[in-house]
Design a binder for this molecule. Structure first.
Ligand code: ATP
Ligand code: SF4
Ligand code: MG
Length: 324
């Protein structure tokens, strides 16, 4: 769905990888938008195409990936037509990424303050004193009480939670209008997860940034995502507000994911509700609905051809024959 105030518009985006002589369709015909200041969550099992979708928006796909079709506009500009130079000005400044593993994202032999200052310098901050002040300011904003000590530390001298805060400071230092966070807390223990998510929500409220936040864990979206996309086998199978998708999921796959997340904490693994079967092999998808082999509600029609996207209620979309 698209609206007049959209910051990002993605239309019919398809991306594939070439692997072992085969083409792997990782994202198929994705159409969605992100409004200014909006938090859009992307939920799906491993391999459903979440990271590929995120990397496409930042034009950071690996060399063996290919844009097969579609358009991405960011603030009205065609992202797929931008030169590397134009992209360099947008990436890091207007579109920023918070990585899953801050240890990999940070340079191990550079002090963290210097790393944040480098981002500021690359995006136009000419004055060294101004950069030092801005580094201290942004480190304070992400919760450090002694920002100068942190600024002079190397990544290995910080804990995992502290490194993720530094990663967030680095991503947010240029005040981007879109922040892409791909599993930003999945490497952290559950107490730290809660802290980091609260920090992201606070910073969003403070600076009115839009987020594309990705996770396989529904708990990550609780309380702050505005809208949700649910992905299966590279397709967006359901879209709606967070309340709609978690309160009243329509697609049988979303229903399975939500049932899983609703199990009380500490439920033994063998008692957890499951979505039976395995995520599909993307190179050998069924002719009909990709979820058909695992779907508890499959009908005869589901195996014959894929369902189209329908709009069963306002601001809501689902791809399933139950709603056609
Ligand atoms: N560099 C790559 N080369 C070849 N295939 C890839 C590559 N990266 C991803 N894929 C394939 O594309 C599909 C989508 O992968 P993607 O990483 O986008 O999924 P994901 O939803 O982010 O999964 P996860 O939850 O495990 O991070 C998968 O089938 C994956 O094997
Ligand atoms: S289209 Fe059919 S198989 Fe696919 S999710 Fe809907 S009911 Fe299940
Ligand atoms: Mg991923």
């Amino acid at each position: 769905m698209t609206h007049a105030s959209d910051l990002v518009r993605v239309k019919d985006l398809s991306v594939s990888y070439s692997a072992a002589g085969q083409s792997v369709p990782a994202v198929k015909h994705a159409t969605f938008s992100i409004g200014a200041g909006e938090v859009l969550g992307v939920l799906g099992e491993s391999g459903s195409g979440k990271s590929t979708l995120a990397l496409s928006l930042a034009r950071m796909l690996p060399a063996k990936a290919r844009y097969e079709s579609g358009a991405i506009t960011f603030r009205g500009r065609d992202l797929l037509q931008m030169s590397e130079k134009q992209l360099g000005a947008v990436r890091g400044a207007e579109i920023a990424i918070i990585w899953q593993d801050p240890a990999l994202a940070l340079n191990p032999v550079m002090r963290v303050g210097q790393q944040i200052a480098e981002v500021l310098r690359a995006h136009g901050s000419r004055d060294r004193h101004e950069r030092v002040e801005r580094v201290q300011g942004v480190l304070t904003e992400v919760g450090f009480q002694h920002p100068s000590e942190v600024a002079s530390a190397y990544p290995h001298q910080l804990s995992g939670g502290q490194r993720q805060r530094v990663g967030i400071a680095q991503a947010l230092c240029c005040r981007p209008s879109l922040v892409i966070a791909d599993e930003p807390t999945s490497k952290l223990d559950s107490a730290l997860q809660v802290e980091i998510l609260a920090l992201l929500a606070k910073l969003r409220a403070l600076h009115n940034m839009a987020y594309l936040i990705i996770s396989h864990d529904p708990a990550v979206f609780a309380g702050w995502a505005d809208r949700m996309l649910v992905m299966y086998a590279g397709e967006i199978v359901e879209e709606g507000s967070r309340e709609q998708v978690f309160g009243h999921p329509l697609h049988p796959y979303s229903q399975g994911l939500v049932r899983l997340s609703g199990a009380p904490a500490g439920t033994p693994r063998q008692l957890l509700p499951v979505i039976t079967g395995e995520p599909p092999d993307l190179t050998r998808l069924p002719r009909g609905c990709a979820f058909e082999p695992r779907c508890p509600e499959r009908m005869k029609v589901c195996a014959a051809s894929p369902p189209a996207s329908s709009t069963p209620e306002a601001n809501r979309q689902v791809s399933c024959f139950k709603y056609e």
